[in-house]
Design a protein around this ligand. Structure first.
Ligand SMILES: CC(C)(COP(=O)(O)OP(=O)(O)OC[C@H]1O[C@@H](n2cnc3c(N)ncnc32)[C@H](O)[C@@H]1OP(=O)(O)O)[C@@H](O)C(=O)NCCC(=O)NCCS
Length: 148
């Protein structure tokens, strides 16, 4: 599968509006993502499969930059395309984007039950730098950081 990475636009978001919460993830809804895309310190990318006649959106991810620190706000692969390397491509591109923005570190928070995401972040060099007790209802949140 050929994947291309582009800057995510409102039109991309509209394109997946009806399947956002069922086929991607229900963490964030359309309205919040729309606000994120319109925010001047947020940077979102989208992964599109080039195999279809029409480019299909198979994942997206975004960071928010405050001074020289980036926070990963979102990274999600469409459910039917998981475990095919798309999350890795998205995360590598967020790291590249952060470097280009002269950011010195990237952080995120992940539910300690989310083994796939934890594995992915570790694979690309993130280290656990903190733990937030009971952040996700009764689950802990790991804070992970990559120094650039
Ligand atoms: C996290 C997420 C983005 C990963 O996307 P993806 O496209 O499946 O990622 P990749 O295919 O590049 O990598 C997944 C890796 O995790 C591994 N993996 C899958 N399930 C796993 C598990 N239970 N435990 C450990 N590793 C696991 C895969 O084998 C793969 O490893 P590899 O790179 O060595 O082949 C995707 O699962 C997702 O959208 N989850 C819902 C949203 C989410 O939780 N986002 C993170 C919020 S912090």
């Amino acid at each position: 599968m050929n994947i291309k990475i582009e800057k995510m636009t409102i039109s991309d978001l509209k394109n997946i509006k009806d399947i956002l919460e069922t086929q991607f993830d229900d963490f964030w809804n359309y309205k919040i993502l729309e606000e994120e895309l319109n925010s001047s310190n947020s940077y979102y990318i989208v992964a599109k499969s080039e195999n279809e006649l029409e480019n299909e959106i198979v994942g997206f991810a975004g960071i928010k930059v405050i001074i020289d620190q980036a926070d990963i706000m979102n990274i999600v692969t469409k459910k039917t395309y998981r475990n095919q390397g798309i999350g890795t491509i998205l995360l590598k591109n967020l790291i590249l984007l952060s470097k280009n923005l002269q950011v010195s570190s990237i952080s995120l928070e992940v539910n300690e039950e989310n083994k796939t995401a934890f594995y992915l972040y570790k694979k690309l060099g993130f280290q656990q730098t903190g733990l937030r007790k009971n952040y996700y209802q009764n689950k802990n949140g790991r804070i992970m950081t990559l120094l650039l």
